[in-house]
Write a protein that binds this ligand. Structure first.
Ligand code: NAP
Length: 310
């Protein structure tokens, strides 16, 4: 593998002036400095290179590209033969109009986070829903199939989660959001899907009265990112058999998770979602089995969190 500085953040100018040897991959965002994707992916690439020599020259970079430069940057990444790109805030939606093809689930999710090079352009996928579903399985032993899910939020991450829940045949999905208009937009997407009739809405201030005995709450709001943020729902209203997953992983225990934990409900944060969406992207690019544990260890190290899974 190329020697890659996982701390370095490249720019559009670097892309214009630098040759990226071997098989380059990258995450593109704005801001992107905080992204642990280079650490995660380069750790997994190191493992792959130890098994198969074709991965020895693969390397994963980080690029800060402003939204107004994205349309100009994408053809340059293509010309420089970047085999795979991960897109993060704010490029996931804009990219839909600039790429050659979009997978059917990403089309429903309205966003792409994984691009794959093809001679004629990039093809787009969305691995966030998959990452969530694996995260729930690994951390909480929850399979989305036949699950009762309460989803908090109606932004990009909530849309990917909701589509994944419906595609996975969840038993019931209740979605709540602060802003009713945004919730209505999400419902319009789900209504058009087979199984969309299992979805109901509620106001965050009061959980649905008729909740089944067990299920999983998934927080896809950004409430909890800042110190002092309250929990988006009143955890006391959950039946005893529920589990709670927060997509937020930094801080590692939001007020929602702390309150659920204090009630004795099983909890997990979004680190596993981050790892598994990344592992899936790398599998799409490499067609190889990816070591998610190596990615987790590297992410924990980069985030200065205690190591997990080892
Ligand atoms: P987004 O599109 O900006 O959506 C933000 C959501 O949070 C909206 O539903 C918004 O509600 C809600 N919200 C914001 N402030 C709120 C408040 N004070 N009270 C109640 N609701 C509030 O963001 P996103 O991309 O969907 O990301 C959402 C969260 O998921 C972020 O914390 C992000 O870090 C996390 N995430 C994690 C992963 C992972 O791999 N673990 C992946 C993707 C995202 P309104 O509609 O009312 O504004």
């Amino acid at each position: 593998m190329n020697a890659v500085d996982t701390e370095k953040t490249y720019t559009l100018q670097d892309l214009e002036t630098t040759e990226f040897d071997g098989t380059p991959l990258a995450v593109i965002g704005h801001p992107v400095q905080h992204s642990v994707s280079p650490a995660m992916h380069n750790a997994a690439l190191s493992k792959l290179a130890g098994i198969e020599s074709r991965f020895k020259d693969w390397a994963y970079y980080r690029f800060d590209i402003a939204p107004e430069d994205f349309a100009r940057a994408l053809p340059l990444f293509h010309k420089r033969s970047f085999l795979g790109l991960n897109l993060t805030i704010p490029h996931k939606v804009q990219a839909m109009d600039l790429i050659k093809g979009v997978s059917p689930d990403a089309e429903c999710m309205g966003a792409v986070n994984t691009l794959v090079w093809d001679e004629l352009g990039y093809d787009g996928f969305n691995t966030d829903g998959y990452g969530l579903s694996r995260g729930l399985e690994v951390d909480l032993g929850v399979s989305l199939k036949d699950a009762n899910v309460i989803l908090l939020g109606s932004g990009g991450a909530a849309r990917a989660a909701a589509v994944q829940c419906v595609l996975a045949d969840c038993a019931r999905l209740d979605v709540g959001n602060r802003t009713p208009e945004r919730l209505k937009d999400l419902m319009a997407v789900l209504d058009g899907m087979p199984g969309g009739d299992r979805v109901q809405t509620f106001a965050l201030s009061e959980l649905p009265k008729d909740l089944p005995d067990n299920g999983v709450v998934v927080n896809a709001t950004s409430l909890g990112l800042n110190a002092g943020d309250p929990a988006p729902i009143d955890v006391a209203q959950l039946p005893d058999g529920w589990k709670v997953y927060d997509m937020i992983y930094n801080p590692s225990a939001t007020a929602l998770l702390q309150q659920a934990d204090a009630r004795g409900l099983p909890i997990a944060n979004g680190l596993s979602m981050l790892i598994h969406q990344g592992a899936r992207s790398l599998e799409i690019w490499s067609h190889a089995k990816v070591d998610a544990h190596a990615m987790m260890t590297a992410a924990c190290h980069a985030l200065k969190l205690p190591p997990r899974y080892d």
